[in-house]
Write a protein that binds this ligand. Structure first.
Ligand SMILES: Nc1nc2c(c(=O)[nH]1)N(C=O)[C@@H](CNc1ccc(C(=O)N[C@@H](CCC(=O)O)C(=O)O)cc1)CN2
Ligand SMILES: Nc1nc2c(ncn2[C@@H]2O[C@H](COP(=O)(O)OP(=O)(O)OP(=O)(O)O)[C@@H](O)[C@H]2O)c(=O)[nH]1
Ligand SMILES: [Mg+2]
Length: 471
């Protein structure tokens, strides 16, 4: 079934903007021309409350007169509101029946309907309150689960990313204007040297865009979470390790080889950075069709991971073979598990620094020599866990931390910038002014799509459809 968002801005929309379920207080928002009349009806008064001044008063069903709650009501007069339209907020007691009663009552008021996901933000965008990157920043802020994700989203919501793209767009438009002037008034020669200046301007913008694109996907990975995949032979203790990191029984552990079949994910916050940790089926050849599918999934997850943890039973150390050996690369850490078992020289790594001596040497699938860090741990007793967490945190920080300029955060932006860059390169490669102008025009257009300055009507359903209701 395809759901088409209703974007009729004549409707007044309403929705629960706070989280679903029982809570102390819940916020229900209305936006549109009927917001204020409906508020007056709920309050049972003719004179509207003053804008931006909270009113504490009973609200009642205008038709039946039944009292629904004692609420706090807030009115924002458009255009000075979040959406740019008249906005009303009802802060009610957060009981399920209160919320349902108020929402039911609102649904019965003429001209009102329930908002689509993201419809408040969409209206804010359409009324010029924010550009698309800022709206996407709000969505990311709501989804942010760690401090680093929050910081990135706040910067984007505040317009930093939009400004960067808008700056490129305006500089390109300036260059375009010069070239067009030259095309339109060929007799009035451009001052000597201007072509060279334009060319170096365009080249500089192209370089800036290329630099922004070549960021190792830090910003996108910060949104998505850093992926760490645990792999190794059956019974090595992968699921035991996952459970210890999760501090709960997320995966089944048993002494039967081949216990885990599906990939099991947990989410961790390591020093403010989001991590998805994946436990996988033990890698081996087997006649069991389900386990074979599990091994296929394990391999696939490992191939796409940002970091691989290869777990080996201390009895097998230092032998790593088969599929696990093929998956080893420089983004791999070797864990010798079961260090609690009889001492044969391998004891759990006491701290990250002190264990720095232990190294696994080998070659990756392409034949390159690798020296990988090795930690001895015990998933059973928890020994070595502190060192492991330290190591993981530093790897995650390396991969995601971004102190410099705002990073690229979305595939949508990346695609548009790649397009813009290829137009620019083509424009730089021609001496024919008309062709260069057309290429720059196309580049300007691509960048304009990111902030929503040009033809994005068809994109809006997709972008705002990802928001939650009430946002
Ligand atoms: N109760 C409540 N809290 C909330 C929100 C909300 O809608 N309601 N927000 C929802 O996201 C966020 C705050 N965002 C807001 C953004 C703009 C305006 C606003 O009234 N803008 C006007 C006036 C600007 C001004 O006074 O400086 C405008 O842009 O013209 C209000 C909230 C977070 N907290
Ligand atoms: N002594 C000891 N036993 C462990 C340790 N870690 C795991 N085990 C035991 O090893 C067996 C296998 O553990 P699992 O965590 O299920 O191993 P796995 O790698 O997930 O195995 P598969 O899912 O079959 O691939 C279980 O009996 C665990 O209790 C450890 O650090 N020390
Ligand atoms: Mg397992």
């Amino acid at each position: 079934m395809v759901l088409h968002a209703r974007t009729d801005t004549i409707d007044t929309i309403f929705a629960l903007s706070s989280g679903a379920g029982r809570a102390g207080v819940a916020v229900i928002r209305l936006s549109g021309s009927q917001s204020l009349p409906v508020l007056c009806a709920l309050l049972g008064r003719d004179t509207p409350p003053r804008a931006r001044v909270a009113v504490y008063a009973p609200i009642a069903d205008p038709q039946s007169g039944e009292r629904l709650d004692d609420a706090i009501a807030l009115y924002f007069a458009g255009p000075a509101s979040f959406t740019g339209e008249d906005v009303v907020e009802l802060h009610v007691h957060g009981g399920r029946a209160v919320i349902e009663g108020v929402l039911d009552c609102l649904a019965r008021q003429p001209g009102l309907r329930l908002a689509e996901p993201g419809e408040y933000s969409r209206r804010a965008f359409q009324n010029g309150k924010m550009d698309l990157t800022e709206a996407e920043g709000i969505a990311d802020l709501i989804d942010a689960e760690t401090a680093a994700q929050r910081r990135q989203a706040v910067r984007q919501m505040a317009g930093e990313l939009g400004q960067l793209y808008e700056d490129w767009r305006l500089r390109l438009m300036r260059a375009l204007a010069h070239i067009e002037a030259d095309i339109d008034f060929p007799d009035e020669d451009l001052p000597d040297g201007i072509v060279a200046v334009l060319r170096s301007d365009l080249q500089r913008i192209a370089n800036e865009i290329a630099g922004h694109l070549a960021d190792n996907r830090r910003g996108e990975r910060l949104r998505e979470g850093f992926q760490i995949v645990i792999l190794g032979a059956p019974n090595a203790g992968k699921s035991s390790l996952l459970n210890r990191l999760a501090r709960r029984d997320a995966a089944i552990v048993s002494d039967i080889a081949g216990t885990t079949r599906d990939a099991i994910e947990i989410h961790l916050d390591l020093g403010g950075f989001p991590v998805t940790m994946v436990d996988t089926a033990g890698l081996r050849e087997t006649g069991d069709a389900i386990e074979t599918e599990g091994v296929r999934r394990a391999t696939e997850r490992a191939e796409n991971a940002d970091l691989r943890l290869v777990v080996i039973d201390r009895a097998d150390w230092p032998r790593i073979d088969g599929e696990a050996a093929r998956l080893i690369d420089r983004n791999t850490v070797i864990l010798i598990n079961k260090a609690d078992q009889v001492d044969d020289g391998i004891t759990a790594s006491p701290s990250h620094d002190q264990s720095a001596g232990l190294v696994w040497s080998g070659v990756d699938a392409a034949g390159a020599v690798l020296e990988l860090p090795v930690l001895a741990i015990s998933a059973m007793t928890g020994a070595g866990m502190e060192s492991l967490l330290q190591l993981l945190e530093s790897r995650v920080k390396e991969g995601l931390d971004f102190a410099g300029p705002v990073p690229l955060t979305r595939m949508r932006h990346r695609r548009a910038l790649e397009q813009a860059l290829s137009h620019l390169h083509r424009g730089l490669g021609t001496d024919i002014a008309e062709l260069a102008a057309e290429d720059i025009r196309l580049a300007v257009r691509e960048i304009g799509k990111i902030t929503g300055r040009v033809d994005v009507e068809d994109l809006l359903d997709i972008i705002f459809g990802d928001f939650c209701i009430g946002k």
